[in-house]
Design a protein around this ligand. Sequence first.
Ligand SMILES: [Zn+2]
Length: 227
Amino acid sequence: MNDEWFSKLKEFDSLTNMKTRHLAQMDEQKKRLDVLNLKRQEKEESINHALKAIHELQQNYHETEKKLITCEQQSSRLRDSGASEEKLGNYIKEAEKLESEMFVQLEKIEALEVEIEESKTFLIGLNKTFEEIGYEAQNEIGIHQNEIVQLEKRLELILNTLPLDFKNALEKTLKKKLAIGPFTRTDQSHCYFCRYKISRTEESEIDVQKILKFCPQCSRIFLPYGC
Ligand SMILES: [Zn+2]
């Protein structure tokens, strides 16, 4: 009789593995979308930074321009009042300095504008890729989600079909969330997973009499041979 329940446990195990694979594939699709999203965010942020920098540069440019106008007005006033060449020279130097500052600011603004245009072109391409991959990925995610829902229904069904001792054993072991699943087998008088030594009698109870038993060390359920 236990044969049937052990084969249900085995079915439970393979369905769980299938579910795990679907979850992993779903995660992979999500990661693909995340990578694209991250790239998009980075580009959008760099555009915003560039825009902010342009704004600051433009403000600086206007302030420098004001200084230049004042400087030129003062120098022309001085020239009109017949000031010395030396005094005028200082103003001319100052005006040249301000002009070259403005030139540098303009160059920076232009470079940033080119950068923004490039980022925008990149974003257009990225959004196109995003549309294509996004559609494909969402579709795949949906397929895996459906599969997972179906598998969960079947897992639930198996769990509710099992007699109480098997059901309790399975639930108790599942709660421990053991790596590589809740089941093990005997392997030359050892637990296949953790190598815990078991007696010949226990081995025969598991494999011949097909009695439900746990590994005392790793607490996995023993599946008998042939099940
Ligand atoms: Zn073990």
